[in-house]
Design a protein around this ligand. Sequence first.
Ligand SMILES: Cc1ncc(COP(=O)(O)O)c(C=O)c1O
Length: 293
Amino acid sequence: MLKIYLNGKIVPEEEAKVSVFDHGLLYGDGVFEGIRSYNGRVFKLNEHLCRLFKSAKVIMLKVPLSISDLEEAILKTLRANKLHDAYIRVVVTRGKGDLGLDPLKCLSPTLFIIASKIELYPAELYEKGLSLATVPTRRNEVEALNPAIKSLNYLNNILAKIEARNSNALEGIFLNSQGYVTECTGDNIFIYTEKGNLLLTPPVYSGALEGITRNCVMKLAKEEGIGVEEKLLTRYDLFCSDEVFLTGSAAEIIHVYKIDGRVIGEGKRGRVTELLQKKFKELTQREGTQIYK
Ligand SMILES: Cc1ncc(COP(=O)(O)O)c(C=O)c1O
C-alpha cells in the first residue's frame, strides 16, 4: 500500500482522494512533473521543480508550496514509502471549483505526490530498440497550447499514442503543422550523424517539451566532443541518420531501429547511443538530492 502526499499530509493510498469538482479532473487544468530517484538520490530535482513552477506560472496557477518546501515534501513522501529507486509524480491542479471553466472560482489548488516504482519499457527493448511510427495527429501549436507547458492536458499525446499503437509501434513521432519533427508522445528525440560527428534535436519552439534528460544528454555529448545542435528536422533527416534515440525521465535513453518501415543506420544500437547511455547512467548514480540524510 502506497503512502501519498496530499495537500500537506501523508495518507494511505485509499484515503488519497480528490473532489469530482477538481478542475484537474474536469478540464485537465493543472501541471505535473515526472521525476526519478536512483540509489537514494533524486535526480535533477531542482530542474524538475523549476520547470513545474514555470508551467504553473504560464497557466497562472499558484503552487501552494515554495520550491524548498516542495522539495522537502517529495523527500518526505519517498521516506514514507522507504524508496531508494523510484518514479515520482508531482501534480498541482487548479483545485475544486464549480462546473464552469472559470479558474478564479477555484480557491485552493490541489497538490499531491505519488512515489512509486516504474519500468516504462522491458529490459529487452533496450537491447532491441524501438520501432516508431509517425502519427497523423499534429503536435499542439506553440501559439495554442504550448507543449513546453507540462500540463495535465495530455490528450494530444494520448491521441498520438493510440495512433502509434494502431500502427503497431510503441511510440509515435509527432510532426508540427509545418511538417517538422517535434518529439514523441512522452520523450524527446535525437538523431546522430557520423558525418560531422553531430547530434541534433528539434528546438523547443518547434513544439517540444524542454526535457530534463534532453538537456543532460546535450551536455554529456558536448563533454564527449560531439557537436550538438538544436535544429528543425524532417522525417528525411531521421530516415537518413546513423542513429536515433529517445530521452525521458521514465525511459532514460532508448535507441530506435526503425521508423515508418525504414531501418535506421545498421538497425541496431549505435556507438554514440551506447556511450551516452553509459555516461547518463554514471551521472544518475553519482548526482542528486539525498533522500536519507
Ligand atoms: C511530451 C514529453 N516530451 C518529453 C519528455 C521528456 O522530458 P524529461 O526528460 O524531462 O522527462 C516528456 C516527459 O516528461 C514528455 O511528457
